[in-house]
Write a protein that binds this ligand. Sequence first.
Ligand code: UDP
Ligand code: MG
Length: 325
Amino acid sequence: MKLKDKISLVVPCFNEEAALPLFYAETIRVADEMKEQEFEFLFIDDGSTDHTLDILKRLAEEDSRIRYFSFSRNFGKESAMYAGFRHASGDYVAVMDADMQDPPSLLPEMYRIVTEEGFDSVATRRVNRKGEPPIRSLFAKLFYRIINRISDADIVDGARDFWLMSRKMADAIIQMGEYNRFTKGIYGWIGFHTKWLPYHNVERVAGETKWSFWKLFWYSVSGIVNFSDAPLLISSVIGMVCCLIALAAVIVIIVRRLVFGDPVAGWASLACLITFFGGIQLLCIGIIGQYLAKTYTETKKRPIYILKESNWKEKMDDYAQETDI
Ligand code: UDP
Ligand code: MG
């Protein structure tokens, strides 16, 4: 009989030298409180250019529960989370940021919910966006409204990537091996029974956010493209509507010429129409292009991340075998 449940904590880290020691101190405090459970820490160094990896190596020497995986370059948080899921060996897997914006102190409550209330996972949702630029909040709201309307990935406004889930659910995420990853959508798409835990936003303890406005913007566009075909349909509808308008205009012009003998006046209106329809055409080609680009990167079947080193020898051996290195 298995005595203790093992919880794997997956922590993506990109240039987190300032936040990591604080995060580790707090997490270890929470882990020590949860005496009935065993812990495994998986720190994924996502190609940091600062001393993140050195700190992880030092911590791993002191604490045998720490496993680190270091990427050959920066692959992005999505890839880091995927690597964490793949290598985690716990009965439960939790993903959390290294900057303490996902408070480790919520873990005991999250564990209680999955084990006692019959949920497959517990997710966290911020109820406010304190400390965030208003324009970013506005776009975030708009994004959640759009994606929920046009896709079957159910995404809650303010959802964070901070989840605690059962092994079953983690395995389902691993099965979703797409290259263009949008984990918030994947969580919603795979289903399972999730309880949402609201909490107030906390600012990061140290260091800076890695997400600029434009990085977030393209991330959300990619989220929509990954989980919905609606933009393609919308561009076809726009095309059809434009054709109808043009047809009506032709009829009006012919009638005006034949019945009233009134030749069409004004090249200015013509120039406006040409640029307008030219613009719509480019927009629609752009939308198709987005899908084409995603299909292109998917068909190349490139690895989602490349491991450079780890202190977990078995996993490195597995990785070498899989990748035929
Ligand atoms: N992160 C990562 N790779 C990246 C960017 C971010 O692993 O390319 C990690 C980062 O170290 C942190 C988490 O993802 O642990 C969230 O990043 P950040 O705090 O910058 O995002 P925000 O909380 O501002 O959305
Ligand atoms: Mg953060």
